[in-house]
Design a protein around this ligand. Structure first.
Ligand code: ZN
Length: 735
């Protein structure tokens, strides 16, 4: 039974600042009323209803099930009072026709079995062959019989260890466990090492019984579950493999498939732990190293002569329509400026967590925003709700849209607030560019954590001692540091941040989740384990919508580049451990100095935001015509000065992330134009990718070129900030 949602909308915790960053006390008066009204609306029971609808049938991108989901989202946006459109692209997708895997020696055992149905969860009883088969999208077709080598996670260092042990994978099938890397990276590594094909499987050590109770008794993966997914090298360039860098409109030029750089050359198939065990228990080669032993309760061995496996795959790649659903709430003061909320709707099966939880949260955010519109609210800037298709393939729908509208986005996009899955548990987790963290902290302070009654922020800050990439100390005395991650690969923010330089974040309420990309990621799993009562779905609607309302309406954009500058300096410091030492001293040190300048220039702008929040500095600028703030006491001149000053600061703040782009991109993968963040093949974030990769390759000429590009980017970032503050009087309290 869902508990009453009303309690979740109670007033926020005390540590939230009276006026959020980017507003003045006067301008926040009207905003605060709209925020309060907004936060009352998201409703857990309605999120449950959306999720039930969104997960009613399998909806792989480009299939009839996907199209029905698209129409449902379109209808719900319309019902919310928004004006959605369906944006179609024609892209290369991949589907399985036949997947057969069999152990042929020393015994004959049929593998690649369907996921067993769970009593009491009728969604897991499936007859659709595409749902029954384990498959990896874009795998080439194959028919081969080979010995098998177990390669641990199948990462570079695993193959190096195998080579040291004298084990060759050449022309064999390799068997790799999932996790510690993305499947595309595992595929590419196997291809480079000369393997004939790769089998990936879900070892219980990572997502099964050793972690806790398995479904239907707990949230972890039962032995028969397998993880579908795409095997594609989208860390080289995401989006439709046939249109790298340009949009897949119906008339677009397309590469012949054999020229597509991101398609794998060797076959891949995923197996369940139960099926992989049939192979692993029969391997008769040398014992695998200690760290390679998994959770199956047998001795893992590297290979040997006994085992032969037959893999027969018939895959079909075809150019087919996909559909983004995009709704805009037009801004009334700066309609050209875009605050973008992103989520995707395609799933490998039902995708209750990934991504339907996020879609349910988005629909509820849309409904609440629509209700505000009916009550007279008008945002200052345009809010865009982008519900993308085919994310699971190559982040396809968002990438094509981001390529089609690149000029507009580079000019006008303020922020991209991405939520893929919104809920698999209760732990608020965010990955973001550092400039966004203060705004996220303040939003999290204003939203209640459903289970504890604390603010989302307080509960997040309690986890500060956990392992995390970075941490940020929030504003105000009550604020402790909170952990945040960096953006690498694996969701729809990529085209916004890494191609177009739009500040981006990705957030989720995280939790134990062992059924990723399996048939068991369904409504019953969510209702029992992920979010019983659906209150975290509603909490995400609140957070997401609140951030949107603040970025859409703030007088000064709540972006803090002094934190960003400090972060980049820290990444540069981290290069010290890559030799040669004199390169660091001569070339990297000056860049760190440059970051200090950047930090100083940014701190002056942040002081201005703080002063604005405190009611000082430039005169109150504009506010939405329908808002209830009045500026009647101000003479026209001071009001004009205020508008000019805020516009100048805002355009400087918007130019910051763009300044970090380089038109030539990272060497070897020019689609990635951001000099600070790119994805690794593992999907993790790589900082300073161009410079780091050159240094790691020992190519000092290239490293010097990359350092020069980085210096130019930092110069640009500093120059725009300095220009924005030199022309106006400083705030009352500059420090
Ligand atoms: Zn997803």
């Amino acid at each position: 039974m869902p508990r009453r949602a009303a309690t979740d909308a109670a007033p926020p915790a005390a540590e939230a600042p009276a006026v959020p960053l980017g507003f003045s006390p006067e301008s926040y008066a009207a905003q605060a009323r709209w925020e309060k009204r907004f936060l009352e609306m998201p409703d857990a029971a309605r999120c449950e209803k959306y999720l039930r609808r969104l997960t009613r049938r399998p909806h792989v991108a480009g299939t009839p099930g996907d199209r029905r989901g698209v129409e449902y989202i379109y209808d719900e946006f319309k019902r919310a009072g928004l004006n959605p459109e369906i944006v179609e692209y024609r892209v290369l997708l991949s589907y399985p026709k036949k997947v057969a895997v069999e152990l042929v020696g020393p015994a004959r055992v049929k593998l690649a079995n369907p996921e067993p149905p769970i009593p009491g969860d009728r969604d897991t009883r499936v007859s659709d062959p595409m749902v029954q088969m384990p498959w990896a999208a874009y795998s080439p077709s194959a028919d081969l019989t080979r010995p098998v080598v177990y390669v641990n996670y199948g990462n570079g260092e695993d193959y190096e260890q195998l080579a040291k042990l004298g084990v060759s994978v050449k022309d064999n099938l390799v068997l790799a466990r999932y996790f510690h890397g993305y499947r595309g990276g595992k595929g590419l590594e196997a291809e480079r090492r000369g393997a004939a094909g790769i089998i990936v499987y879900s070892d219980p050590a990572e997502d099964g019984a050793p972690q806790g109770k398995v479904y239907p008794d707990g949230p972890w993966g039962p032995p028969g579950h397998f993880q579908r997914g795409a095997v594609v090298y989208d860390f080289l360039v995401p989006g439709d493999p046939l249109t790298p860098g340009w949009p897949s409109t119906s008339t677009a030029r397309r590469l012949p498939p054999e020229d597509a750089k991101i398609l794998p050359k060797i076959p891949m198939v995923p197996l369940s732990a139960a099926d992989a065990e049939e192979i692993l228990k029969r391997l008769d080669g040398p014992e695998a190293p200690k760290g390679w032993q998994g959770g199956l309760g047998l001795t893992y061995r590297l290979g040997g002569d006994a085992v032969k496996v037959h893999v027969a795959l018939q895959m079909e790649n075809r150019v087919t329509p996909i559909w983004n659903v995009v709704a805009r709430i037009p801004g009334c003061v700066e309609p050209e400026k875009l605050v973008i909320l992103g989520n995707h709707h395609d799933a490998w099966v039902y995708g209750a967590v990934d991504p339907a939880s996020g879609t349910a949260s988005m629909l509820e955010t849309a409904r609440a925003l629509g209700q505000l519109l009916k009550e007279g609210f008008r945002p200052r800037r345009t809010i865009v709700l982008g519900n993308w298709d085919a994310e699971e393939y190559t982040l396809t729908g968002s990438t094509e849209w981001g390529e089609q509208f690149a000029d507009d986005l580079r000019k006008n996009a303020v922020v991209c607030l991405n939520v893929d899955a919104s809920t698999s548990g209760q732990d608020f987790t965010v990955a973001a560019v550092p400039s966004l963290i203060p705004a996220v902290v303040e939003a999290a302070q204003a939203v209640r954590d459903p289970a504890t009654g604390q603010s989302v922020y307080e509960r997040w800050a309690e986890r500060r001692r956990e392992r995390s990439v970075r941490s940020y100390a929030g504003p105000g005395s009550a604020a402790g540091p909170v952990p945040f991650g960096l953006l690498g690969g694996g969701s729809d923010y990529m085209v916004f941040l890494q191609h177009n330089g739009v500040p981006a974040l990705d957030m989720i309420f995280d939790g134990p989740y062992g059924v990723y990309h399996s048939v068991y990621d369904d409504f019953a799993w969510m209702a029992r384990f992920g979010d019983p009562g659906f209150r975290y779905h509603a909490a995400m609607s609140r957070l997401w919508g609140l951030l949107a309302l603040r970025f859409a309406n703030a007088d000064l954009l709540p972006l803090d580049y002094s934190i960003y500058a400090r972060e980049v300096a820290a990444y540069l410091e981290g290069l010290e451990k890559i030799p040669p030492a004199d390169f660091f001293a001569d070339t990297v040190r000056p860049l760190i100095e440059e970051c200090r300048d950047w930090q100083d220039a940014a701190a002056r702008v942040t002081a201005r935001l703080e002063a604005w929040r405190g009611g000082a500095a430039v005169a109150a600028a504009s506010s939405p015509p329908t808002s209830e703030t009045t500026h009647g006491d101000e003479d026209d001149l001071s009001r004009l000065v205020g508008i000019a000053a805020t516009a100048r600061i805002n355009s400087a703040l918007m130019a910051e992330e763009r300044a970090l782009l380089d038109d030539e991109g990272i060497p070897g993968r020019p689609w990635f134009r951001h000099l600070i963040y790119a994805p690794l093949a593992s999907y993790e974030a790589e900082t300073l990718p161009g410079l780091r990769e050159a240094l790691e390759a020992g190519d000092l000429d290239r490293a010097r070129q990359q350092a020069a590009r980085l210096r130019a980017a930092l110069d640009r970032a500093i120059a725009v900030l300095k220009a924005s503050s030199s022309e106006t009087a400083g705030p009352r309290n500059p420090r």
